[in-house]
Design a protein around this ligand. Structure first.
Ligand code: NAD
Length: 454
């Protein structure tokens, strides 16, 4: 039986390994993590992350060929293939701060692999890393352990949170990069055999290490990228801003690579993407404040949705964080509701500095028990009650189906809705009496007459 160990039980490691276990009954999969709380949750009825369909997959395999453990060293030593799916956040300090990827967690995982291995291993780079990280890791592994053969592969993950299980069942492509040596080719074949249990052969693209890493980062290696159905209209909806742990971080990585290679103009081009995204969020806040007579001080604003997109509880880089901070800066009172994000998480996000969020929880500040002006509620109707305005910041389906007449009746008048995701029917809502702002759409006649800063 092939034994796989995955270091990192997060949004990528957990679902990916659960699907490998389901589709490959002959493979034993163990997901390890230093975060005990996370592992305990993976072993409980309340998984640490929300993904449609994930519960079923885990229930079917857990205890059979899928295990979650904090015994990192033992499981690394016992396995044939080791996936490294640890976090690679943006550096917050030192050289390249605010742009470069922080490879501390990756490097410590690699050093641990070198320390505890007693037999040959295939090490699979699953985390998104800068180009040439695989080579650097190979050096760490081979220099720290003589007599053991480590073969490194790059197998970047293209899943999107919210549809992770479907994406894993039916990937546009699986990309495996390895060395063009006999050992490298043997390792590529071993990993290809795992995916071939359910992914059609023509969708498993094998290439060299460098190309696999670059494909994930830059989305510009034409063949592998061209098969990506996410690049297209699905990805191009107007909104209050993009979020998620990967997109901004990977762009900042590109900025850093360009700067290091003497291409400041290209670096500025990519930097601008992040700047425009930040502008989009502050513009939304300005729109809210200017529409509500240039002050939201002490007004109650209902925030519907806090996750960076629907069908996930993930809040990393969620635009809601900056929008809420902006409104709090203008002294609004916020009543926040999201179907999947916990109160603790929201309070942490609102009290944390940019980029800290992506680092492991033991490095994060303990969450405050409360923030003045913020209440977190468990129901959309409770959030909107007595509010002066509503901001829709995540496109959860349930916000499309609210009884908006009931919402209107419970609000202060004039009742404002600022739809940051374009999910409401503005025409219907105007008939009820709302003043509606939908991002990227023509302004409500009322708003046209307001002195606007946005
Ligand atoms: P995550 O923060 O949810 O999970 C990473 C886990 O690794 C954490 O639980 C942490 O405790 C653990 N960890 C860190 N160092 C460790 C060590 N030395 N030993 C054991 N465990 C350790 O991160 P994620 O969202 O799963 O992302 C993982 C990687 O995949 C990142 O590089 C990310 O860029 C990439 N990626 C993410 C997505 C996504 O949608 N989230 C998609 C594609 C790729």
């Amino acid at each position: 039986m092939v034994k796989i160990c995955c270091i990192g039980a997060g949004y990528v490691g957990g679902p990916t390994m659960a699907v490998i276990a389901l589709k490959c009954p002959n493979v034993q999969v163990t997901v390890v993590d230093i975060a005990e709380q996370r592992i305990n949750a993976w072993n409980s009825d309340t998984l640490p992350i929300y993904e449609p369909g994930l519960d079923d997959v885990v229930k079917k395999c857990r205890g059979k060929n899928l295990f979650f453990s904090t015994q990192v060293e033992k499981n690394i030593a016992d396995s044939d293939i080791i996936f490294v799916s640890v976090n690679t956040p943006t550096k917050t300090q030192g050289l390249g701060a605010g742009k470069a990827a922080d490879l501390t967690y990756w490097e410590s995982a690699a050093r641990m692999i070198a320390d505890v291995s007693k037999s040959d291993k295939i090490v699979v780079e699953k985390s998104t890393v800068p180009v040439k990280t695989a080579e650097a890791i190979e050096r760490i592994l081979t220099h720290n352990k003589k007599g053991i053969n480590f073969t490194i592969l790059s197998n970047p993950e293209f899943l999107a949170e919210g549809t992770a299980i479907q994406d894993l069942y039916n990937p546009d492509r699986v990309l495996i990069g390895g060395r063009e040596t006999p050992d490298g080719q043997k390792a590529i074949n071993a990993l290809r055999d795992v995916y071939a249990n359910w992914v059609p052969k023509e969708r498993i693209l094998c290439t060299n290490l460098w190309s696999a890493e670059l494909s994930k980062l830059a989305a510009n290696v034409s063949h592998s990228i061209g098969t990506d159905s996410r690049i297209g209209p699905k990805f191009l909806n107007a909104s209050v801003g993009f979020g998620g742990s990967c997109f901004q971080k990977d762009i900042l990585n590109l900025v850093y690579i360009c700067e290091c290679n003497g291409l400041p103009e290209v670096a500025n081009y990519w930097k601008q993407v992040v700047k425009v995204n930040d502008y989009q969020k502050s513009r939304f806040v300005n729109r809210v404040v200017s529409s509500m007579f240039n002050t939201v001080s002490s007004k109650k604003i209902a925030i519907l949705g806090f996750a960076f997109k629907k069908d996930t509880g993930d809040t990393r880089e969620a635009p809601a964080i900056d929008v809420c901070k902006g409104l709090l800066g203008d002294k609004a009172r916020l009543s926040i509701y999201d179907p999947q994000v916990t109160e603790d998480q929201i309070l942490k996000d609102l009290s944390m500095k940019k980029f800290d969020k992506d680092h492991p929880s033991h490095l994060q500040p303990a969450s405050p028990t409360s923030i003045k002006q913020v209440s977190i509620v468990s129901d959309a109707y409770q959030a909107v009650k007595d509010s002066h305005g509503i901001c829709i910041l995540t496109e959860w389906d349930e916000f499309k189906k609210l009884d908006y007449q009931k919402v209107f009746d419970s609000m202060q008048k004039p009742a404002f809705i600022f739809d940051g995701r374009n999910i409401v029917d503005a025409h219907q809502l105007r008939k009820i009496g709302f003043i509606v702002y939908c991002i990227g759409k023509p302004l409500d006649p009322w708003l046209k007459d307001m002195p606007s800063v946005a």
